[in-house]
Every structure is written in structure tokens, then in C-alpha cells.
Design a protein around this ligand. Structure first.
Ligand code: HEC
Length: 125
């Protein structure tokens, strides 16, 4: 009985972490080309933006040494870590959740492309 609670909490977390629509990571790799001008997808290097390696599940605005906008730091304080839902919202419209953020990118409006992209981002370790 002692183990029941943590186990339940764990399975609830797993459920929450599951993306609403499972994306296709192979297709997402193509979409990710939109991000490569400003983000490294292969190593920890900072470009215009912070590296996106390991971004799924990572605390928001947590890359050490990167100079984030106050706006994304404020968002991080209330939103915690990047999960699929938060990434989906941010990538659709970077100014919605982070109104004065410095990511100068219009967003990916196609929901399927975003799901594919996030599935690909989840493979970057
Ligand atoms: C024109 C450059 C540019 C492009 C293109 C761009 N980004 Fe960004 N991105 C940034 C900058 C700059 C930040 C830092 C935002 C801040 O400090 O407000 C950022 C931040 C982020 C963050 C938050 C990272 C963290 O450590 O919390 C994510 C996630 C992100 N971008 C995803 C993407 C994705 C996915 C794409 C492609 C679809 C993309 N970005 C395209 C410049 C860009």
C-alpha cells in the first residue's frame, strides 16, 4: 500500500506528458530547418537563441549563460518546464505566452507540422 501513491502519481505524469497528437519525427526534421538559423539542434552551442538539444522536458529559460529576455523569465516562473503543450503554444505564436520575448519568429501555424516538429525535438538528446 505504501507504494500505491507514488505509482499513481507517476502514471498520471506519464499521461500528461503524452502529446495530444503523435507527431512524425522524420517529417519534423524538415520543419526544424526553420529553427536552425538561430538554434543549434546538435550540440549545446548558443547561436542567436539557446540550444534546443534536450528542450522537451527542460525547465523554461534554463540554459546557463544564455541571456534570456525578462519576458521569457517571467513565463518560466509561472510555467515551469517545456512540455509538448507549452512548446506547441509557443511555436504556434511565440508572442502569445512570451509577449516581449526576443524570438523573432512568426511561428508555425500548421498544427500537424508543429506536432511533427515537437516529436523531432523530443529525439534531440
Ligand atoms: C530568428 C531567430 C529564431 C528562430 C528562427 C527561432 N528561434 Fe527560438 N528563440 C530565439 C531566441 C532569440 C530565443 C530566446 C527568447 C527569449 O529570451 O525571449 C528563442 C527561444 C526559444 C525557445 C525557448 C528555449 C529555452 O531555453 O527555454 C524555444 C523552445 C524555441 N526558441 C524554439 C524554436 C523553434 C522550435 C524554432 C523553429 C520552429 C525556433 N525557435 C526558431 C530565436 C529564434
Amino acid at each position: 500500500m505504501t507504494f500505491a501513491k507514488p505509482l499513481l502519481a507517476l502514471s498520471a505524469l506519464t499521461l500528461l506528458a503524452a502529446p495530444a497528437v503523435a507527431g512524425d519525427a522524420a517529417k519534423g526534421e524538415q520543419v526544424a530547418k526553420l529553427c536552425m538559423a538561430c538554434h543549434s539542434l546538435t550540440d549545446a552551442k548558443t547561436k542567436v537563441g539557446p540550444s534546443l538539444v534536450g528542450v522537451v522536458g527542460r525547465p523554461i529559460a534554463s540554459v546557463e549563460g544564455y541571456s534570456y529576455s525578462q519576458s521569457i523569465l517571467d513565463y518560466a516562473a509561472k510555467a515551469g518546464a517545456w512540455d509538448e503543450a507549452k512548446l506547441d503554444s509557443y511555436i504556434e505564436n511565440p508572442k502569445k505566452d512570451v509577449p516581449k520575448g526576443k524570438m523573432a519568429f512568426g511561428g508555425v501555424k500548421d498544427a500537424t507540422k508543429r506536432a511533427d516538429l515537437i516529436a523531432y525535438l523530443a529525439t534531440l538528446k
